[in-house]
Design a protein. Sequence first.
Length: 255
Amino acid sequence: MVKLKTNEAIDEMRAAGRVVGHALAAVREAAEVGVSLRELDAVARTVLRGAGAASPFLGYRPRFAPVPFPAVVCASVNDAIVHGIPDDYRLRDGDLVSIDCGAELGGWVGDAAVSFTVGRPRPADLRLIETAEAALAAGIAAAVPGNRIGDIAHAIGTVCRTAGYGIPDGFGGHGVGRTMHEDPGVPNEGPPGRGMKLRPGMVLAIEPMLIAGGTDDYACDADGWTLRTVDGSRAAHAEHTVAVTADGPRILTAP
């Protein structure tokens, strides 16, 4: 069931989203060659703690997961698409890093992700990241009253496919509110004009995920969480929590 948010609730969600934006910015600034993924998680923990926010990621255990998630960020490097568990891996020159982070503040949740390179970037990685961000922007632009979920999916998928990238099958965005995952689901590809009609008060996490090799195939690591490209190509992930309003889309997770 979709839970519509009042304007006041959306303002409160913006406070949680701002914490997410600040955490992602801090992690990105700290991400240098030689820094471990576990250290990046510690940076995000410090930001959340300083804001009086909790992590909806830490301890989260959906049905597919063999163990609760042990960190406050997902840190996915190179061929990891999403859900990477921060560990002692130290960043290397040219790595492509995707960081996903959430915050719970005042009973409301924000959720966002960003991809970036460390050290000297590969031109192909920059193009991949730019396309992920363009797909996110296209999806956000379609999040207006009167459109449908399929219009968001179509906007994202068109950008990704036109650039020649793959889209991991079965993964996409979702509603956000009192919990991290609410109805409706927001696919990253699909026909326009289909699905639930968008109404003011809906809040959605829109999150394109791109596979550079052009296939849609992925596999899950032994940790039960990390999704990785089957062909070994790199991946990028971009995400914002967005409110559908009468005045247009409102991004809630900008710093």
